[in-house]
Write a protein that binds this ligand. Structure first.
Ligand SMILES: [Zn+2]
Length: 285
């Protein structure tokens, strides 16, 4: 594949041709930064691991420049950090046996700018046309990181460029910088994270530059998954010990006049109505 940015790459862990690797894709994750797939979209990786009939492909849109650095990384230059993060993303692809790992190497500023995000959108559409995944994971539209929602926007725009028969069956907006516990249950997709719990931890553990760099994302994500599983239903026993929540984004493909921004406002409106109903039920609405 030819990419727009000279430092962009596709890495195929098992050495197949790029084309063959991409065409085997069944589950595809599109994340903003190196580590977003593993921290926020690992369901797709776990669903495919060890399965002959499924294959995960990862797409990381930015080069991860500008991240916080501490410990052994404190004196690293920006260029050195970008290289470390690229290598960590490749290592995760090895650990998780991805079919392919694409790093598009945009800057965060480019992803947030509508003009250059249009370039990213075209590139994502090209990848999706070749890979033809059944399931797509990206960031959720209520995330509080601007680069994450910009990637969500580009993903939706790219999916809308596909012909109906090229589109995935399911599109999930995953938790990241902000959980989705608040989402009304009728819109909440509960993704069990019980398969390969060791692998789930190993996938996050390779991102040493981010974890030693000052944030225990691995512990935080495992804690959120455990909390999601237990706090989902107050009157039922736990059916999973770890769960990730996602927003179903397929309504944005069914109705192309609905913007992601309007869709998330609608969901927040339903959450507001749900809280009001609980207060009304105790006579204080
Ligand atoms: Zn991120």
């Amino acid at each position: 594949m030819r990419f727009r940015n000279p430092t962009a790459e596709i890495f195929v862990p098992d050495g197949k041709s790029e084309d063959e690797a991409l065409r085997q894709t069944t589950h595809l994750g599109i994340g903003a930064h190196p580590d977003d797939l593993e921290i926020n979209m690992a369901h797709g990786i776990l669903e495919c691991f060890g399965r002959a009939d499924r294959r995960f492909t990862g797409v990381t849109c930015t080069d991860g420049a500008g991240s916080a650095r501490a410990g052994v990384y404190a004196d690293y230059s920006n260029e050195q950090m970008v290289e470390v993060r690229r290598q960590e993303q490749r290592a995760a692809a090895h650990v998780g046996r991805y079919g392919a790992m694409i790093q598009l190497a945009y800057t965060s500023a480019q992803v947030k700018s509508p003009a250059s995000r249009a370039e990213l959108t075209l590139e994502l559409a090209d990848i999706l046309r070749i890979a033809r995944p059944k399931v797509v994971y990206t960031h959720n539209p209520a995330d509080k990181h601007a680069t994450h929602i910009a990637v969500c926007s580009a993903t939706i725009a790219a999916l809308r460029m596909l012909k109906p028969d090229e589109r995935p069956e399911r599109v999930y907006g995953c938790e990241g910088w902000r959980g989705l516990d608040w989402l009304p249950d009728s819109h909440k997709v509960v993704l069990s994270m019980d398969a390969h719990p060791n692998l789930a931890m190993a996938l996050m553990g390779v991102f040493d530059s981010q974890i030693t760099g000052g944030k225990r994302y691995d512990i935080a994500a495992a804690g959120r998954r455990a909390a999601n599983a237990s706090f989902l239903e107050s009157h039922a026993v736990d059916t999973a010990s770890a769960a990730a929540f996602a927003v179903d984004l397929t309504p944005l493909l069914a109705d192309e006049t609905l913007t992601p921004a309007a869709y998330v406002q609608r969901l927040i409106g339903e959450f507001q109505a749900e809280v009001r109903k609980e207060w009304t039920a105790i006579g204080e609405g």
